[in-house]
Ligand binder design. Structure first.
Ligand code: ZN
Length: 368
């Protein structure tokens, strides 16, 4: 096993349109580049893994396994590839695999298959058939490329080190992959089946993803006379109000807890304990920072469903007003909010108008 793995990660990602270079963007919970070196390590096929990058600072932040070496890249892909080959020469490698960091989805099985074919070949390149029709132009004339005879090359591409090195140092033109060097010299290449999932990430849309979460909230407060009743952020005329450290708004409290649940951020008491600071706080002031945080973190609310559990007041009478108020407080379209009234057949404390309870479920989606 005298194989070396080169990961080219020096590209500027011009078409990716993000502040950070594409290879360091999070994809499936990891930096894009991490997928490539983790798989190359796990394959146990390589003596060293060489990362070629122009973002050396990024790599100083983390600790990497010993068999990983990091060197500075060149201006173009072909410059970086040549730098890698020159660096690796000291180890006298038999084979070298060259891979673009922008392809995080290749499998270890593919690596092993390439290695197997290297035993009898000096260049092994994975290819897939083209899904799209390809045209090409010579001067002003357009030609159709016969799809049966055209295919797309992927990376990792593997070569006998000596042959590739000798071709690369003589190469004057910019090349887009190492297979080109072999093709230009009419050297024999073994093409093996590539993988459909082994796509190259070029545009941000290639990896944009979203995840949906749900959260539930429940609250109950005692009804007492000589207190104002607040439900959903508005005052409701009633013989009693809800007792509590705050204004006792069961709807807003249950909504707050549901959001915290969906975002996995503990509960309302963690942020608003029963301390002097929050005595008689308006519940809209409890909800606001939670909503602000939600918006800052790229979450979007899909829907909110509320059960208000009480004998009186009649929900149907105040439904519209309450929904309007919640819509304003949460900056959420009214058609995403549903409010149901639920009586308890005069049973228990709620049935005897001694308490009001509320339960809420919320669905939110997080976008990358
Ligand atoms: Zn409460």
């Amino acid at each position: 096993m005298n194989n070396y793995f080169v990961i080219l990660a020096a590209g500027k990602s011009k078409r990716f349109h993000k502040k950070i270079a594409k290879q360091f963007y999070k994809y499936k919970n990891k930096d894009i580049i991490d997928h490539s070196f983790e798989k190359s390590i796990n394959s146990k096929l390589f003596k060293k893994i060489l990362i070629v990058t122009n973002n050396l600072n990024h790599f100083k932040k983390k600790k990497y396994p010993k068999l990983i070496k990091i060197i500075k890249g060149g201006k173009e892909r072909s410059d970086s590839s040549l730098k890698a080959l020159k660096y690796l020469k000291r180890y006298k490698p038999k084979n070298v695999f060259i891979h673009d960091a922008a392809r995080p989805d290749f499998s270890i099985k593919l690596l092993k298959n390439i290695e197997k074919h290297l035993k009898k070949n000096k260049a092994v390149i994975p290819v897939i058939p083209s899904k799209d029709s390809i045209k090409y132009k010579i001067k002003t004339q357009i030609f159709n490329l016969d799809r049966k005879n055209s295919f797309l090359t992927q990376t990792p591409q593997a070569f006998r080190f000596k042959e590739l090195y000798n071709l690369a140092i003589k190469q004057k033109n910019k090349i887009t992959d190492e297979a080109t060097l072999f093709i230009n010299q009419d050297y024999k290449i073994k093409f093996i089946p590539g993988e459909n999932q082994n796509n190259k990430i070029t545009y941000f849309n290639d990896i944009k993803s979203s995840k949906t979460f749900f959260g539930i909230g429940f609250d109950i407060h005692k009804l007492v006379i000589n207190k104002k009743l607040y439900l959903g952020g508005i005052k409701i005329p009633f013989h009693s109000g809800l007792e509590g450290h705050s204004d006792g708004d069961v709807i807003l409290h249950a909504i707050t807890d549901a959001i915290l649940g969906a975002t996995r951020k503990k509960d309302i008491g963690t942020y608003f304990p029963n301390t002097k600071k929050f005595k008689n706080i308006k519940s809209s002031k409890i909800l606001k920072p939670i909503i602000d945080n939600l918006n800052r973190s790229n979450f979007s609310i899909n829907n909110l469903d509320i059960n208000l559990i009480c004998e009186q007041p009649r929900v149907s009478k105040y439904r519209e007003k309450i929904i309007n108020s919640i819509s304003k407080l949460m900056n959420l379209n009214k058609d995403k909010i549903n409010l149901k009234g639920k009586t308890v057949e005069k049973l228990g404390l709620i049935g005897k108008e001694k308490a009001i309870a509320c339960e809420v479920i919320i669905s939110i989606t997080k976008y990358d």
